[in-house]
Design a protein around this ligand. Structure first.
Ligand SMILES: [Cu+2]
Length: 159
């Protein structure tokens, strides 16, 4: 029984590592996207001595307007409230074009998650570039796409 479990874990790791994108619909554990069975969805970044962990907890993403959800934790798993996560979705293999009407993820104190709006105007590969601002408006993670082509903090999405 232990061997079977070990084998399953190893194949799962190989599968996850071999996948190209951070997000692919068939890799979702369920339609709610809550069981992210998908470790590449966790992105970390460090500012000064503080490390942050950003977890993608969105429901299934589709062509069109999507509600984007995320949670942000410190190293000690303490949730970080009141930040803002700006999004800049681009299609890298289509001259890095963007999409209109995206809204940054804002802290929802009631649900204790970050929520925003993501507009995916077509199917294919999207790079969701991120910039995380603290509660005082200071940039703490990521950078603007302009001049760089990509933020240092992003999720790759395939729909
Ligand atoms: Cu496109």
């Amino acid at each position: 029984m232990k061997a079977v479990l070990l084998y399953t874990l190893i194949s799962l790791s190989v599968f996850i590592v071999s996948c190209e994108r951070d997000y692919e619909p068939e890799r979702l554990v369920n339609d709610e996207g809550t069981g992210t069975g998908n470790t590449t969805w966790i992105k970390s970044f460090t500012t000064g001595k503080t490390s942050y962990y950003l977890f993608f907890t969105s429901p299934r993403l589709e062509e069109g307007i999507n509600t984007l959800r995320a949670v942000l934790y410190l190293e000690n798993m303490k949730p970080v409230a009141g930040y803002t996560i700006a999004i800049d979705p681009r299609m890298p293999d289509m001259e890095n074009h963007s999409s209109p009407n995206n809204q940054p993820l804002e802290w929802n104190a009631e649900k204790r998650i970050y929520e925003g709006t993501l507009n995916l105007t077509m199917t294919g590969w999207w790079r969701l570039n991120l910039q995380v601002y603290d509660d005082k408006g200071n940039l703490t993670g990521g950078n603007a796409v302009e001049g760089q082509g990509s933020s240092s903090l992003y999720w790759d999405i395939e729909i």
